[in-house]
Design a protein around this ligand. Structure first.
Ligand code: ADP
Length: 414
């Protein structure tokens, strides 16, 4: 089956087409036909597509909304000029898998999108006002473009964390507030954690119950997860993706009293302060330069920029703090796993984060660490009691596989 995987943002649409079925899943033989992105939807949008042979194409088009963008992309892919032999018409796309950020308490696994499921996703908008409306736009656009007969599946970022125990997911606020409004830790990046935990098991030839790792997803958004016995035991993101680690533009943990303090001092509403913590904080806020770790590292090495140094230092310190905390609450782990753009590519950040963890049995192999850029690798020494791995994430692959499994009624444990 050719599965279109969609990740719908506020003005962007990321997509991949992956050919997969149960046999290919079992044989790890899924085929990525192409990946691409539409940016600046709502105006003169740019559409880029990269085929599996590496060939890149780029066009611009006036695309007023997500349905227009999706319609354009599909027609372009199906047209002859892209030369993709597997897709010659819209009918050659057999199903659509959507990344949905928030599934609330309702969704503990991926689901075929029925009207009921869509209603539930709409109910979760209250919990994720910045994210879920975009997913809904993507789902409605796909319905419009493909019609009701093409199955669509929702894969939730929160689902993997449904196993969190109460002591991890409850905040120490009046319990009634949890009962009334479902205020709790949900956790995110779940599809990524599920994928890297699965890869880790395969690499080490372990079963799910033998999977005990602290995983760090360090991308634009950053989080950590304590995965004990193969399931999420604790995680750093909370009711929303704002809590926890320092991120590109998000603050991660702050004293909640700071919100009203900033509001009073700066004459801002609480909503505006929340926006500041989401969009103007993190690496960008501390450095005053950029949210991009690569640029910050360049500023540090080339210009010894003190604010870049500070941003990187605070970023690594917070990550170390979470690793330590998670090792404590899960009673130790067998490995630290790095993923996400920073985790997969930056050996310097990994080295800084792992520094001083000898007490926990971790010793990094400097050469292995330096050589591990964008591919799976062990980066700890052979005699390291606590291992360290780089495992590039592939959320889209998992979304495509779940889409197939949901449609065929096959089990797809989160
Ligand atoms: P997203 O969370 O949006 O999927 P990514 O996982 O692609 O983002 O991560 C983006 C982050 O990864 C950026 O901060 C970028 O600078 C960083 N990054 C990518 N490559 C490198 C690299 N070689 N060294 C350091 N940071 C990198």
């Amino acid at each position: 089956m050719n599965i279109l995987v969609l990740n719908s943002g506020s003005s962007s649409l990321k997509f991949q087409i992956i050919a997969t079925d149960m046999e290919r899943i079992r044989g790890n033989a899924d085929e990525r036909l192409l990946r691409g992105e539409v940016q600046k939807i709502g105006g003169e949008a740019s559409v880029t597509v990269q085929k599996s042979d590496g060939l890149k194409e780029k066009v611009t088009a006036s695309l007023k909304d997500v349905p227009a963008a999706l319609d354009f992309v599909i027609r372009w892919i199906a047209s002859n000029n892209l030369g993709l032999k597997q897709i010659s018409s819209v009918a050659d796309i057999h199903a659509v898998g959507h990344r949905v950020v928030h599934g609330g308490e309702h969704f503990t696994e991926s689901a075929i999108i029925t009207n009921e499921v869509l209603k539930e996703i709409e109910r979760c908008v209250e919990l994720a006002p910045l994210h879920n409306p975009n997913s809904i736009k993507g789902i409605l656009a796909a319905r419009e473009v493909f019609g009701p007969k093409t199955p669509q599946v929702a894969v939730f970022d929160t689902a993997f964390h449904h196993a969190l125990p109460e002591q991890s997911y409850l905040y120490a606020i009046p319990y009634d507030l949890y009962l009334r409004y479902r205020i709790r830790r949900y956790g995110f990046h779940g599809t990524s954690y599920r994928y890297v935990a699965h890869r880790y098991r395969l690499l080490r030839n372990l079963t799910r119950p033998q999977t005990n790792i602290v995983a760090l997803h360090l991308g634009n958004g950053c989080s950590a997860a304590a995965i004990r016995g193969g399931y999420s035991f604790d995680t750093s993101m909370g009711m929303t993706p704002l809590e926890g680690l320092v991120m590109g533009t998000r603050s991660g943990d702050v004293d909640p009293a700071i919100l009203s303090f900033i509001a009073a001092k700066e004459g801002l509403s609480l909503d505006e302060v929340e926006t500041l913590l989401n969009n103007q904080s993190g690496l960008l806020g501390i450095s005053g330069l950029t949210n991009d770790m690569r640029v910050l590292q360049g500023e540090l090495t080339e210009h010894d920029n003190p604010r870049a140094r500070l941003a990187i230092e605070i970023f690594c310190h917070r990550a170390r703090k979470y690793i330590g905390a998670f090792l404590a609450v899960m009673g130790g782990a067998d490995a630290i796993v790095f993923t996400g753009g920073i985790g997969e590519n930056s050996s310097a950040i990994r080295a800084r984060i792992c520094e001083g963890f000898e007490w926990a049995g971790l010793s990094l192999d400097d050469d292995k660490n330096k050589n591990a850029v964008g591919h799976e690798a062990v980066i700890s020494r052979e005699d390291s009691r606590l291992a360290a791995y780089v495992i590039p994430t592939d959320e889209e692959l998992l979304i495509a596989r779940d889409t197939v499994r949901c449609i065929l009624g096959e089990p797809h444990p989160t």
